[in-house]
Structures are given as C-alpha cells and as structure tokens.
Design a protein around this ligand. Structure first.
Ligand code: C2E
Ligand code: MG
Ligand code: MG
Length: 599
C-alpha cells in the first residue's frame, strides 16, 4: 500500500514563548502539526484533544513542572504511551534520572542542536505514522471483511432462495409427472413405483403383504356420452374422492386412464380384508352421485390380485388383476373377482396361444375345413363356408373360438385372414365348379384398405368370378365398424362380391346399416334355429328375420340346423338356404371335393 504517510501532531511545552518558537522552528522541516502549550496544565488539556506522536517538554515551569506533568500524563489512559522528551538547561544526573523515572524516553540539554533534535523527534514521528497507518490498514481490512461478509451473506440468501424455489419447482414437476391431472390421484408411473417397492419388500418376507385392485366404472361411457365430457370428468373426480376415502394412508389409489382405477392395498395378509375393502368401495360408489344437479349412478367391476411368491415382476400382478376385472365385468358388473388358480391357468394358456399362434402361419399349422350350404327347396349344395382350424403340435386341433379372439387382440388376424381368403379361393378354383365360397372376415380386416387389394389380387390369380365369393361379417362387427369399413364394403360390392351378416339376431342392434350397406344375405344365428321345436316355442324370431330379409331383397341362410323338425319349420318360413350338422359337418378339402363330385 503506497498511501501518503499521515500527518501527525507534536506537542511542545514550555513556559517561555521564545523557547516555544525556537522549538517550533527547528521542528517545522518535519512537516507535521505542532501544538504549543505554555504550561503543564495546558499540556494536559491539549493531550485530551489530540493524540500526539511525541511530547517535548521543558522541565522547569512555574506551577506544574515537567516531571509532575509527565507523571500525570502517564496515569491518563489516552496519553500513557506518548513518548516524552524533556528539555532542560540543567545537567545534574539526578535530574536526568528523575526524568527517566517519570517516563521520559529522552533528555536533551539546552541549548539544543536543532538537527539532532529533529532527528530524534523524527523517529517518534515515524513510529506514530506507522502506528496510524497500521490502524488505518487494520480498519480498512476490517471494513473490507465486513463488506465482503455482507456481500457473501446476501449472495447466500439469494442462493438459498433460489434453491428453495428450484426445489419447489422440482417437487411440482415430480408431482405432476406422478399424478393424474384430473383427479389428483397417483398415475400409472407412481403406482408402478409404489408397487415395485411393495414387491421388493414382500419378496423378502415369508407371507405376502399386499394386493392390487383394478376398478372399472360401469356405465361410465353412458354418462359421458349422454351428459357430456364435463359431467364425465365430474363423475370421475367424485368417484376418485370416494375411492380415496375408503383407503388408509399406506394404500395408493391411482387413475390409469379413462374410467380405470387401481389401488395398491398395502400391509395386508388376509384376502378377506381385501374383499371386505372391495365391498366397502363398491358400496360407496353405488350411492348416487350428484353431477350438476342430476342424480347419476354407477358401480365398479373390481379385479383383485393378491401378492404371491410365484410373481416375478410387479406388472404380472397388474395383468392378473386386469384379467380378474374382466371376469367381474363379464359376470355382470358391480362385483369383484379375485384372481385365482383357474384364471391363472387360462391366462397362461392365452399367453402360450399368443406365442404359438405367431408361428402357426409359417409352420403351416393352419388349415381350412368346408361346411356345405344347401338350397332348402332341392337340398342341393350351393356353396361352402370356409372354417379355420389350427393343428397345434401339442394340443391337437384347436377350434377358432379358442384362438380367433387372441388373433384379433394381437393383430395376427390380418395375416391369418389374408391367408384364409387366399386358401379358400385357391380351393374353390381347384374344385372347378360353379359353387360359392363364404369366408369369415373380422372387424380388424375391415379397418384396413389392404383387404380390398388383397381380394382383388386373389380373385385375379385364381380367376374366380367375384359373385362366387361371399364375405361373412358378424352383426357385432357391423355395429362397431369404423368408417373405412363402409368404403371397403361398397368397393367390394361394386366388384360383385356378396356380403352376409353372420350370427344375425344376436346384436341387439339398430338395423339401419342394412339399408346403408349392400348386404345380400342374412345368416340366422344358430341359437334361434335350435330353439325351434324346443318346448313348443314358436319360431317368431326366425319368422321376423326371414320377412325382414325378404322385404329388403336379401336371402336367408339358417345356421346350425340339426333336426328334421327344424328343417321343416324353416321350409315353411321360406328360408332359402340351410347349413348344419343335419346335412353335413365341416369337411376336409378332400371330402368336400368328393361331395361336389357326387352332387
Ligand atoms: P360362424 O361363422 O357362425 O360359423 C359357424 C359355426 O357353427 C362353425 O363353428 C360351425 O362348425 C358351427 N356349426 C355349423 N353347423 C352346426 C350345427 O348344426 N350345430 C352346431 N352346434 N354347430 C354348427 P366353428 O368352425 O367352430 O367356428 C366358430 C366361429 O369362428 C365361426 O362362427 C366364425 O365366427 C369364426 N371363424 C371360423 N373360421 C374363421 C375365419 O377364417 N376367420 C374368422 N375371422 N373367423 C372364423
Ligand atoms: Mg360364418
Ligand atoms: Mg354364424
């Protein structure tokens, strides 16, 4: 630090003004402030006002002499450390000694040599200057430390604030990522997290300690469709609250989407407790909801899966609870179903079917059988319905009811359906006859425009008259069909391909599609045919179906004809075609070929 040295003050004390002047003159070149005092008392007063670097004091003074003044100065805190130099004309040693005893640092005889005096005084001036500089430096340091500390404290405060804010934001993000926006319940991710934790805990224990519950609100779609989305949202929110109110803190309620909820019931080892909880939830949910002043009723289909050592991953519990929930739905809703061993077997079977089915086509395990369709009036074969079979390497022949649903769920039905169409047409061409071929087509195939191109290609390569191909589409499929389906069907109709509504009468449907689409044939579901003749029931339904078809310019095929009596009634009702075990079971391609040859 190269700051200019501070000016300091020097006190000169003498009762004689000429002496003071002389002192002042000799010290002036030092460039410091010089204060004069003409007595000991004046010196004491001056010391109270100014901090001196050094005091030069005459020994002999009237009143208080130099020694007395010095002794007093040494008693005052402010002045105790100020160096004092005595000036005197007396040379006696006693004097000199006394002056040192009274605290002087030096003793100078008058008349003095100004240069020598200056040099002595300058030492004390420099000392004082250093002392002041040190004090200043120290104060500066302290000030700067204080400043820096304050700065740091402020920065710290700001940082803490920022950290708090960020943590809050982070928490908010985590919360959002883990919760369902509408109901505030946990979402699937959070449920899975809690489930994984419970799973890990439970695996270390001998007894399972939690269960998973899946709930689906019955009739929710009706509310949503009839009262609107806002009402639907209200119902979901209220239902979520009711659900939550049935649970303990350790449980986790989640919304998985739509009207599907899940509960992780934790800390529980008795299935009875879980079913009791399910009953309680059911009761709470079946009480009327007030949605915008309207009374709305719902209930829940509940599937329960209890933790079990055989589970290897948490998702398996959800899968099984889901399967149980669908059972509950199928059994008529508003009930709960516990996943059990029998269901386990069927789920495992389903999984196997999925895996095997995906290879069945490549391994050529699929084949078709052909059930003849007869004209009722002359009992001649008019055509065949192609029916799919699966020759499973271990399970033997598997019927369509046992694998078509799986094929539809997995999307495998599209390649399989394409194969069926190709194979049926190829066979029809090989028979070299004028008969027709009915092929069953499922909803998924109708949702893709590739169906039309596939059929065009097949008809092209087999050179079959399009009018000899008839597609069978179930009434259920017709009800749920998508827009593209109508376009595809019209396109196919334009090519001359026939369209049968299969299992007609089972769909509880509005029949408007019969006007809208180019339907050629209604196939009466076999459940109606088979009630003919049972406990004298009159065939009213079949009668209405036949007359409906005729009024719309369609013909009728009756499926599942097993007895002569059924056949006779159908003849009276003027049904055109029949199909059933009474005439023929589904036949192998070879047997069907032989039947054609006989006809
Ligand atoms: P569907 O199209 O209604 O076929 C008629 C079913 O009734 C056939 O069963 C047939 O064997 C059976 N049946 C025929 N006559 C009688 C009878 O007198 N009494 C009884 N009890 N049953 C009779 P199948 O072959 O088991 O096929 C079941 C269903 O699987 C079919 O019902 C059809 O919906 C579906 N399906 C069959 N093949 C295919 C296919 O290639 N593609 C698609 N998407 N579905 C197929
Ligand atoms: Mg059919
Ligand atoms: Mg049918």
């Amino acid at each position: 630090m190269h700051q200019p040295l501070p000016r300091v003050s020097i006190l000169v004390v003498d009762d004689r003004p000429e002496n003071l002047l002389a002192l002042e003159a000799s010290l002036e070149p030092l460039g410091q402030d010089i204060v004069r005092a003409d007595s000991g008392e004046a010196a004491l007063r001056a010391v109270l006002q100014t901090q001196f670097a050094v005091i030069l004091m005459d020994v002999r003074m009237p009143g208080m002499d130099g020694f007395e003044t010095s002794a007093l100065l040494k008693q005052i805190e402010r002045s105790r450390h100020i160096p004092i130099i005595f000036l005197s004309a007396y040379t006696e040693d006693a004097n000199r000694l006394q002056s040192y005893e009274s605290g002087a640092v030096d003793y100078i005889l008058k008349p003095f040599d100004p240069a020598a005096l200056r040099s002595k005084v300058s030492v004390f001036v420099a000392l004082r200057q250093n002392e002041l500089a040190l004090v200043a430096a120290h104060a500066d340091l302290e000030r700067r430390v204080a400043e820096r500390t304050a700065e740091l404290a402020a920065a710290n405060l700001a940082l803490e604030h920022e950290i708090r804010e960020r943590k809050g934001m982070e928490q908010q993000l985590i919360d959002q990522a883990h919760h369902d926006n509408l109901t505030g319940l946990a979402n699937r991710a959070l449920l899975l997290e809690h489930l994984s934790r419970a799973f890990a805990r439970s695996r270390r224990r001998a007894r399972p300690s939690f269960a998973v519950m899946l709930l689906d609100l019955d009739r929710f779609k009706v509310v949503n469709d009839s009262l609107g989305h806002l009402a639907g949202d209200r119902l979901l929110t209220d239902a979520a609250h009711r659900l939550q109110s049935c649970l303990r803190e350790v449980d986790t309620a989640a919304r998985l989407g739509g009207d599907e909820f899940a509960v992780l019931v934790d800390g529980i080892d008795d299935l009875k407790d879980v079913t009791r909880l399910a009953d309680r939830i059911q009761k709470r949910l079946t009480a009327a909801f007030d949605v915008d002043g309207k009374e709305v009723f719902t209930s829940a289909s509940i599937g329960i899966a209890m933790m079990d050592p055989r589970y290897e991953r948490p998702e398996e519990l959800l899968r099984d609870a889901d399967a149980a929930m669908y059972r509950a739905k199928d059994a008529g809703r508003a009930r709960s179903q516990v996943f059990d061993q029998e269901m386990h077997t069927s789920v495992m079977e389903q999984l196997h079917v999925e895996a095997d089915l995906s290879r069945a086509l490549d391994r050529e395990e699929l084949y078709l059988v052909y059930q003849p369709i007869f004209a009722l009036h002359d009992r001649q074969i008019v055509g065949f319905e192609a029916l799919l079979r699966w020759r499973h390497p271990e399970r033997g022949v598997v019927m369509p009811a046992d694998f078509i649903p799986t094929a539809e769920e997995t999307g495998l039905i599209r390649p399989i359906g394409r194969w069926v169409l190709g194979e049926a047409c190829r066979q029809l061409a090989a028979w070299n006859c004028r008969l027709t071929m009915n092929v069953n087509v499922s909803a998924q195939q109708l949702a893709h425009s590739e169906l039309a191109t596939d059929i065009a290609n097949i008809l092209g390569t087999t050179r079959i008259d399009p009018a000899r191909l008839k597609l069978e589409i179930t009434e259920g499929t017709m009800m749920a069909r998508v827009e593209t389906a109508d376009q595809i069907l019209s396109k196919l109709h334009a090519q001359g391909i026939g369209l049968c509504i299969d299992d007609f009468g089972t769909g509880y449907s509005c029949l408007s599609y019969l006007h809208e689409l180019p339907v050629t044939t209604l196939k009466v579901d076999r459940s109606f045919v088979q009630r003919i003749g049972v406990s004298n029931e009159r065939p009213e339904i079949v009668r209405s179906i036949v007359s409906l078809a005729h009024n719309l310019g369609m013909d009728v095929t009756a499926e599942g004809v097993e007895t002569a009596e059924q056949l006779e009634r159908l003849r009276q009702l003027e049904c055109e075609h029949v199909q059933g075990f009474y005439f023929a079971h589904p036949l192998s391609a070879q047997d069907a070929g032989a039947a054609i040859a006989r006809a």
